[in-house]
Ligand binder design. Structure first.
Ligand SMILES: [Zn+2]
Length: 134
């Protein structure tokens, strides 16, 4: 189920959201998405972006993915920055986190960015992506 805050966000920024937009992630990323929308709103106020639209915000392979049409380099920079913030933010609670997988031989769909506590709670395994295996 979608957290309450997301429907408020959709209402507030409906002028640059696709009418059928889906926000598919957990509450821990709401602050990131709120800040993203505020930054986008500011940019749109100061430029000609009539073709810009956000189509979807979702968790994909453990990180936040923003699908949109239109925009320019500045918009892309904000999108990239926002997506990178999710790499280190627990999707459940918003604390600092890292990428975990739900099984030791994970499928991509089972990846999730979590803090240590939530990784234990949901039985996720730490992924040592950038380190060589012992
Ligand atoms: Zn957490």
């Amino acid at each position: 189920m979608e957290p309450l805050g997301f429907s408020q966000l959709k209402a507030k920024y409906s002028y640059f959201f696709d009418p059928n937009i889906k926000i598919k992630c957990e509450y821990g990323w709401q602050k990131i998405i709120e800040d993203f929308c505020a930054a986008i709103a500011l940019v749109l106020d100061n430029g000609d972006y009539k073709d810009f639209i956000i189509k979807q915000l979702r968790q994909k392979v453990g990180i936040l993915t923003i699908d949109y049409d239109g925009g320019d380099d500045l918009i892309k920079e904000i999108v990239d920055f926002t997506e990178r913030l999710s790499y280190n933010t627990c999707e459940v609670c918003g604390d600092s986190g890292e990428l975990y997988a739900q099984a030791k031989w994970a499928k991509w769909s089972l990846y999730k960015t979590l803090c240590h506590e939530h990784a234990i709670q949901f039985y996720y395994y730490e992924i040592k992506i950038r380190k060589s295996s012992k």
